[in-house]
Design a protein around this ligand. Structure first.
Ligand code: FUB
Length: 326
């Protein structure tokens, strides 16, 4: 099924897609989304409505070309350690291999992060037997840096269970900090050279305001919620993410991949649907934001569609807020 990709329109309409992680591989644009099911589900704060069971990979030769669905590349039934909920994935290229990172609940219902491999960017991907040891929570995003060091960023509040990992171990009763305390940050770890394990224990990233004070848990318009993405532009690392309950895509900047990051502002205003999730990619000297909304399904939280639009920087390296157009 093919569709010419136009800005602010669903890349594909024959399936629902969400959580796009876009990359340029082999000169083409590859999008690694979640595959939302076309089913009715009641929404709750745990995200039980996001009941995905497989992944498809989308690709486009360029932004004037049809978007191709390369078909199913990984199915829940083939992942030995996973029980349900294939949420937002990402992919990376290194060692002449493509690595596909994805969260799912393990057999105990705890979100973990798995990895699967392929020799081609369009898959299919073969999953490892077990999840990445020491992994937890959701929404992996991988940055292969210019010096070839590779970082995995991850974590999500509420259904993503990050509140339950504040001590470094899983606490089923863990709740978020008081609203006047520092907010919980996303996690980062360097990946081992084989891309299959963490080289180190994940660290919490600190996001501060312009005065150097940590963003607070009650600062819901700025604090981290889920969906991290890190890209580089000039000498800066940009950490962008969803604020969840206030539905913005925002960003912070740092000269270090592990932060601390200084909060800068909004990239995207709230879209139709509860979740907002994005990635940022450069293609032929222009930058693009890939995002999703629920416009195609008439607003159903669990039936989202991936879209893209151009992203622009100001001369000082800050990002212009994008007007959301349906
Ligand atoms: O798609 C399921 C979850 O919803 C993702 O993991 C979150 O980022 C949110 O988009």
């Amino acid at each position: 099924m093919q569709n010419i990709a136009k800005p602010n329109e669903p890349l594909v309409t024959h399936i629902y897609t969400a959580d796009p992680s876009a990359h340029v591989f082999e000169g083409k644009i590859y999008i690694y989304p979640s595959h939302d099911l076309n089913e009715e589900r009641d929404s709750n704060d745990d995200g039980d409505q996001y009941n995905m069971k497989d992944y498809h990979v989308l690709s486009m030769d360029d932004f004037n070309s049809p978007c191709v669905d390369n078909g199913e590349v990984l199915n829940l039934r083939d992942i030995p350690w996973a029980s349900e909920q294939l949420w937002a994935p990402d992919a990376a290229y290194k060692n002449n291999m493509y690595y596909f990172y994805f969260p799912a609940r393990d057999k105990e219902g705890i979100f973990r992060i798995g990895v699967a491999t392929s020799t081609t960017p369009s898959g299919p991907f073969k999953p490892e037997e077990n999840y990445i040891p020491g992994s937890y929570s959701i929404d992996p995003a991988v940055l292969v840096d210019d010096d070839d060091k590779t970082y995995i960023y991850f974590g999500g509040l509420w259904g993503g269970q990050l509140e339950k990992w504040q001590t470094g171990a899983f606490n089923a009763d863990g709740i978020g900090p008081d609203e006047s305390a520092p907010a919980i940050g996303p996690r980062v770890a360097e990946l081992s050279d084989d891309m299959l394990t963490f080289k180190e224990t994940p660290e919490e990233i600190v996001i501060v305001d312009e005065e150097g004070n940590s963003l607070l848990a009650g600062d819901e318009e700025r604090r981290y919620f889920e969906g991290p993405w890190v890209h580089k532009h000039n000498e800066y690392y940009y950490l962008s993410y969803s604020t969840g309950s206030t539905h913005y895509i925002v960003y912070a900047m740092s000269k270090n991949p592990k932060g601390p990051y200084v909060f800068k502002g909004r990239i995207l205003n709230p879209v139709i649907g509860w979740t907002t999730h994005h990635s940022i990619v450069k293609h032929e000297e222009k930058w693009y934001l890939f995002y999703h909304d629920s416009s195609l399904s008439g607003g159903a939280d669990n039936k989202r569609s991936v879209k893209y639009t151009e992203l622009k920087y100001n001369d000082d390296g800050t990002i212009q807020t994008i007007k959301y157009e349906v």
